[in-house]
Design a protein around this ligand. Structure first.
Ligand code: 26Q
Length: 840
């Protein structure tokens, strides 16, 4: 078992680490009995799943603890990833692959009379994220471990993650995600490592024993942060990094003072308030104005993380002036940007460091990743809310800003426009703290997430910072982990790759490029098609079970899965569907490639237009799917509750990947990479990472349509009028008219009026302008699909050119261009059982 060569504890068939089928079988039985406390006869599937999970977790332990010891060594540099979201997906399958123990475990499960697939399916995924940003954090944690980079992920252990979605009468309903209700075997709480975080109160000045004037913060309330650690094993290496998520609890279970005066309920109330902080994940695209709890969450996990890092650093015997040598902390968007003020406060107020030195340390520790250009998504907090919750931090931010503005006044000769743009404070409407400006100033590096996006960051939202600090804004194009998105999601494709070129591609995805020659091999193409056909059949079965809609695996699977948002333009896809429908109605004998349109994604609960878009998709589907003249030629499916687990089923089944955002709006996209890696061709705009995907697969292999970012800007500048497109394009007019007639709404011509009105009279995302180009492109795709040999060729070339989009490459880019950190292979430290229980 190559995976464990360095691990002294596993040469023997220890019951907790042994890997023979017999030992694994016994361990499974023991865990069921001793941990679940169940006889097999009465155990549920979940009990067996938990027993299996503990069996696997035990086998990670020696490496996990050795990795933690490695990270504590004073000379080892550590990356910390600060993120409000980690959208992990199920652990079990990934852990088996990365530890290299899938085969014996499968066998042990079978010999125990259990169904492996059923146990895998039992795992409730931790949905601790909204979408791309959270999933990126999860891919990066996995690649950091696989690249043997010592790293800690810091975030929040939400009790309720992203809501579960149900579709009732075509509308989205939100159900609380109770992911912890049947237990979480992957986490280990460490109450002994708890920290305390303050909120509210006031600040006061004092003179310290050296006669220096100092400030201190007297918080109005305190909350305890308890770390829950989850192991993240790298692929076939000893490194097992830690994801440390914080749960909020009251400092004391009861406020005894209130209790003693007879206010029992009041006392419990304050406990409840503290625990609210880690209760629920906020959906994005919600109006944030005045959401105090969200700011509390951000400060909570950031403060916990920084205290933890300082503890680790001091424990290794070093001083805080070298903190930035030990750690680099990556801020995943501005959600942890209060770290700039908190690190200053810890260094200056708590540890007595001088301001200038503390600022230098802070600026050398933090780095910031931007994920959006949408102006409405840029975080800002009103001074009144910020000041009441974090009074000392607001003072620190004012101080940072004052010094910064003083410098800028010298540089820009009082150019008020420049100063206003750079300032950390927005002076409108009572004043706001601008989190992107705070993060940009307090960091040593800023990066965008795709080449185009990084250029746009420099040209738009951070233009003035770019001019001031040339070279500070870099690009690191996103990536996704091939272990989850190929090996786990698409085992048939993985087996084909390994059969042809060995399994090195799992470490180094660029190796799949060697397969390109097979695109010309008819036998290989047939095999490729067969794999896709089998997976489509499986998805068809699943669709039927979930929705009762029968779809044909011989139709083209045309898939759009991602959060529902106007800029992502799911409704443009629907306009195409209606166009095809009208064509078929007008000409029932039309020769066209049959298509199954599959949608998935959640809408923010407060985003009415996004929810209407879901209803629009389902309503159009209801009509078309039940129209007997259409048959298998068009089917429209909205699959409820799109999540990571479900993503693993759909990416491998796609023929066509829809990446159709308005140019300049999608920072990168990562679904585009997952589809392409699994052999789907892309229809897309020149947006986000689509640009780089197209560069690699070549113009002939990518179905491009729509305006470019420059085209969008120019059209807007020239006075964009969507109505003109409606009146001048008969096909488009017919489509919109049909929607407006109430045809898809049982005659209710008002239901979709907000949607069509917005397109006709405002259309900020320019669907009307891109419609014809989209339809023409889809027609080319339909024709290309009719020639299956040709399509397979394109599909193969497309997939094997995706090497660049491994998150391993992205992590190596971060290590080299930003973090200045190198791999630190973990040396296994012996766990001597004969000494266990002895204090040494
Ligand atoms: C902010 C404040 C308050 C409440 C919620 C939020 C919030 C939460 C999540 C704001 C934004 C998000 C998520 C953003 C996101 O997922 N962005 C995506 O990031 C991906 C990874 O870089 C990119 O590929 C996508 O293009 C980008 O949309």
């Amino acid at each position: 078992m190559t995976a464990f060569v360095n691990c002294p504890t596993v040469d023997i068939e220890d019951d907790r680490t042994g890997l023979s089928v017999e030992t694994l079988r016994r361990a499974l039985a023991d865990n069921l009995f001793y941990i679940q406390g169940k006889w097999p006869e009465v155990a549920s599937t979940n009990d067996f799943y938990l027993a299996l999970a503990y069996t696997v977790r035990d086998r990670m332990m020696p490496r996990w603890l050795s990795s933690t010891r490695t990270l504590m060594k004073p000379e080892v540099r550590v990356v910390t990833y600060l993120s409000a979201e980690f959208l992990l997906g199920p652990h079990l399958g990934r852990n088996l692959i990365n530890l290299g123990i899938e085969e014996p475990v499968k066998q042990a499960v079978a010999e125990s009379g259990l169904d492996f697939t059923e146990l895998i399916a039992q795992e409730e995924e931790p949905g601790l994220g909204n979408g791309g940003l959270g999933r990126l954090a999860a891919c990066y944690m996995e690649s950091l471990a696989s690249e043997q980079i010592p790293a800690i992920g810091y975030g929040i252990r939400y009790e309720f993650g992203i809501f579960d979605q149900e579709i009732r009468d075509g509308w989205q309903c939100e159900i609380t995600d109770k992911w912890l209700q049947y237990g979480n075997p992957w986490e280990i709480p460490h109450p002994e490592a708890s920290v305390t975080v303050g909120f509210g109160g006031h600040t006061e000045g004092y003179t310290d024993s050296d006669g220096r004037f100092r400030k201190r913060w007297i918080p109005g309330k305190q909350v305890k942060g308890i770390p829950y650690d989850t192991p993240i094993p790298g692929y076939r290496v000893n490194t097992v990094n830690t994801l440390r998520l914080w749960k909020a609890e009251a400092v004391e279970s009861f406020d005894f003072q209130s209790f003693n005066v007879g206010n029992y309920y009041g006392a419990v109330d304050s406990k409840v308030t503290s625990e609210n902080i880690s209760k629920v994940l906020y959906p994005n695209d919600e109006q944030l104005e005045g959401k105090q709890l969200r700011l509390e969450q951000q400060y909570f996990f950031t403060a916990c993380a920084l205290q933890d890092m300082i503890r680790i650093h001091l424990a290794s015997g070093r001083k805080l002036d070298s903190f930035c040598e030990k750690f680099t902390a990556q801020m995943n968007d501005t959600h942890p940007a209060v770290a700039v003020a908190e690190l200053m406060r810890l260094l200056v107020d708590e540890h007595g460091m001088g301001w200038d030195e503390a600022w230098a340390v802070t600026q050398k520790t933090l780095a910031y990743t931007n994920h959006t250009l949408l102006p409405e998504a840029l975080e800002k907090w009103s001074l009144s809310l910020f000041g009441s919750l974090l009074p000392r931090h607001l003072e620190i931010i004012f101080e940072i800003n004052q010094r910064f503005m003083d410098d800028m006044r010298v540089r820009y000769m009082n150019d008020p426009g420049k100063l206003a743009a750079l300032s950390l404070i927005d002076d409108n409407d009572g004043g706001y703290v601008r989190m992107a400006n705070l993060a940009s100033l307090g960091s040593y590096a800023i990066n965008g997430v795709a080449a185009l996006h990084s250029e746009l960051v420099k040209k738009t939202i951070l233009k003035d910072f770019h001019e001031l600090f040339p070279g500070k804004i870099r690009n690191v194009t996103n990536g996704v982990t091939p272990r989850r998105w190929i090996a786990l999601a698409n085992p048939r494709l993985a087996a084909l790759y390994t059969e042809k070129i060995g399994d090195g591609w799992l470490h180094n995805l660029e190796e799949i490029g060697q397969l390109e020659g097979y695109a010309d091999d008819p036998g290989f193409r047939a095999h490729w098609r067969q794999i896709k056909r089998d997976i489509k059949q499986e998805l068809a079965t699943y669709i039927y079970q979930r929705t009762g809609i029968a779809v044909s695996p011989d139709s083209m699977f045309d898939i759009l899965v991602k959060r529902i948002h106007e800029y992502k333009r799911q409704h443009l896809d629907v306009l195409h569907i209606i166009t095809l429908y009208e064509r078929l109605k007008a000409n029932p004998n039309l020769d066209m490639a049959p298509r199954t349109f599959i949608f998935g994604g959640k809408a923010a609960p407060g985003y009415a237009m996004a929810k209407l878009m879901i209803k629009f998709i389902t309503a159009v589907g209801d009509v078309i799917n039940h129209d007997p003249t259409i048959g298998d030629r068009l089917k429209v499916v909205f699959l409820p509750d799109y999540n990571v687990k479900f993503g693993q089923r759909v990416y491998p089944a796609a023929d066509l990947s829809e990446q159709i955002s308005t140019a300049g709006k999608e920072a990168s996209g990562t679904g585009n990479m997952k589809f392409s890696m699994n052999g789907a061709l892309t229809i897309g705009t020149l947006d986000g990472a689509n640009v780089e995907i197209r560069e690699l697969v070549g113009d002939d292999n990518f179905f491009l349509f729509g305006l470019t970012t420059d085209g969008v800007d120019a059209l807007k500048a020239s006075g964009y009028n969507p109505w003109d497109y409606y009146t001048s394009n008969p096909q488009l007019k017919e489509v919109i008219d049909l929607v407006q007639s109430g045809f898809f709404a049982k005659g209710d011509s008002n239901l979709f009026r907000p949607l069509t009105d917005k397109l006709l009279y405002d259309d900020p995302f320019m669907l009307m302008a891109d419609y014809q180009s989209y339809i023409d492109c889809q027609d080319r795709i339909g024709a290309a699909y009719q020639d299956q040999e040709h399509w397979s060729r394109l599909s193969i070339i497309n997939a094997v050119r995706m090497g660049k989009f491994s998150s391993d490459r992205a992590i190596r880019d971060y290590c080299r261009d930003i973090w200045q950190v190198s791999p630190a292979p973990v040396e296994m430290m012996a766990y001597d059982q004969s000494q266990a229980g002895l204090r040494v």
